[in-house]
Design a protein around this ligand. Structure first.
Ligand code: FRU
Length: 481
């Protein structure tokens, strides 16, 4: 039983034991979602990386499986992606079996120690049994290092108009696009971003996604950076533009953040999900991931999110909302209708809720400050709110319990409101040790983790000046054993 351990998420994926970071190689195949992840099975801190593996029918109930990829003579197994090679372009398919192909970075620790700048390169592994077992390609690496110290995290997708694979690769302070007919031979197409976007840290874990907006195709380029996030540490920025199989051209030079919270990093999308664009991120931050007070594991993933585009003031923005599957965990909803809140309104008394395992959807006029407070008898408090004077959302975890394991952890994080309407709409998803705020249809998103000294079993809505709120409170049932 892992479900009853303190701070254990109840429907977010976390490994039973040991260290996890980035989600890798996520794909959908024959009714099953596969998650691979950066995993170190010998400790609760980062170390020689493997690809752990878990599967799920709904991205909420996960089953952890044996490790998929182990380090080898070429190096540790860093982040990367996986594709369903339907046309067997790689030739790895046999007896009519479609190969799954993983494209990952080999990180060669010995070369790094020897001060070489060529210690990261891209390699392949394939599976002919739906991801259960993997064979590394004998011709690895398929993309050797040209002399760039940070050369990693290949995200590969099929580019149908030109019948070729596109690899989006993080190359230190920019993205480099490569193409290939067969996943084995790669040609450099172009570079993007050296002089654009945020550069507070190295660029990592990119993804390039086709999306539609008003019937027109646009491409979204996700780029994680560490450090340099809007509230400190690691975070994910994005660009919206055009891609022609060779070059990515952004529509705008504005720096945009997928999530203003501190705990959504290295997020990428699942392959092979048809019209759905589903992202899952690592729900932690390099600033303190190694120090968080959980045992015997470290880290969880965000709730999977559906991505779309929305226009505000002539700019295209990404929106993220929890996958619709989350509704399967719904308990009995209580509706709050035009509740006047002046001072404090006790949601737990109204609903009988005694745990931080719920979804709360609120609709509030954008006229005054208000906050949602998760609390316990010990005075631990996690506050999510809106501040009228700055037109911003915030999450304050400074009094949330255990905060002193890292000096920057116990802070208040802020995010601008991007939407312009008169009514704020907020969806909060709480799962024991995390809260995810999807404001205004997912235009402004904040994900924060926290570690109370005992469970947060009270829920209040507060407003000093007074507001009227409407909404739905829904307890969620746990998905872990
Ligand atoms: C991002 C990252 C990747 C790298 C992996 C190593 O969190 O630094 O760039 O491949 O983690 O575990």
């Amino acid at each position: 039983k892992t479900g009853s351990v303190p701070h254990r998420p109840q429907f977010h994926f976390s490994p039973k034991a040991h260290w996890m970071n980035d989600p890798n190689g996520m794909l959908y195949l024959n009714g099953t979602y596969h998650l691979f992840f950066q995993y170190y099975p010998d400790a609760t801190v980062w170390g020689p990386m493997h690809w752990g593996h878990a599967t799920s029918k709904d991205m909420l109930h996960w089953q952890e499986l044996p490790i998929a990829l182990y380090p080898d003579s070429l190096g540790w197994i860093f982040s990367g992606s996986a594709v369903v090679d339907v046309n067997n372009t790689s030739g790895f398919g046999k007896d009519g079996k479609t190969p799954l192909v993983a494209i990952f970075t080999h990180h060669n620790d010995k070369l790094e120690k020897a001060k070489s700048d060529k210690f990261q390169y891209q390699s392949l592994a394939y599976s002919l049994d739906e991801g259960k077992t993997w064979t590394k390609y004998a011709g690895n690496p398929v993309l050797p290092n040209p002399g760039i110290t940070d050369f990693r995290d290949p995200k590969v997708r099929w580019y149908a108009p030109q019948k070729k694979w596109i690899m989006t690769l993080a190359t230190k302070d920019r993205i480099t696009f490569y193409s290939s007919p067969n996943l084995k031979n790669w040609t450099r197409e172009s570079d993007f971003g050296k002089d654009l976007g945020a550069h507070g840290g190295v660029w990592e874990c990119p993804d390039l996604l086709p999306m539609t907006h008003n019937g027109k195709q646009a491409w979204v380029l996700l780029v994680s950076i560490n450090p340099g996030g809007p509230n400190g540490g690691s975070a994910t920025q994005y660009f919206v533009g055009d891609f022609d199989g060779k070059t990515f051209k952004p529509y705008s030079t504005k720096t945009k953040w997928m999530d203003y919270g501190t705990d959504n990093y290295a997020g990428v999308t699942f392959s092979n999900t048809g019209n759905r664009t589903i992202l899952m991120g690592w729900m932690s931050n390099w600033q303190y991931a190694r120090d968080v007070p959980t045992d015997p594991w470290r880290s969880a993933n965000t709730v999977p999110r559906e991505l779309s585009l929305r226009e505000v003031d002539k700019e295209l923005y990404l929106t993220s909302t929890p996958i619709k599957e989350l509704d399967k965990l719904n308990g009995k909803t209580t509706s709050l209708s035009n509740v006047p809140v002046k001072g404090q309104y006790d949601v737990s008394a109204k609903t009988g809720q005694k745990s931080a395992l719920f979804k709360l959807a609120l609709s509030v006029p954008a006229v005054n400050d208000f906050s949602v407070v998760l609390a316990n008898e010990q005075g631990n408090e996690l506050v999510i709110g809106y501040e009228k004077s700055t037109n911003s959302y915030y999450i304050d975890r400074s009094k949330s319990g255990k905060t002193d394991f890292e000096k920057g952890f116990g802070k208040r994080h802020t995010a601008p409101r991007i939407a312009t309407g008169n009514t704020l709409s907020l969806t909060l998803v709480a799962d024991v040790a995390s809260v995810e705020l999807f404001a205004d249809g997912g235009l402004t998103v904040m994900t924060d983790i926290f570690f109370p000294n005992q469970p947060l079993n009270k829920l209040y809505i507060k407003s000093a000046t007074g507001i009227s709120i409407s909404g739905l409170f829904t307890p969620l049932t746990k998905a872990v054993q």
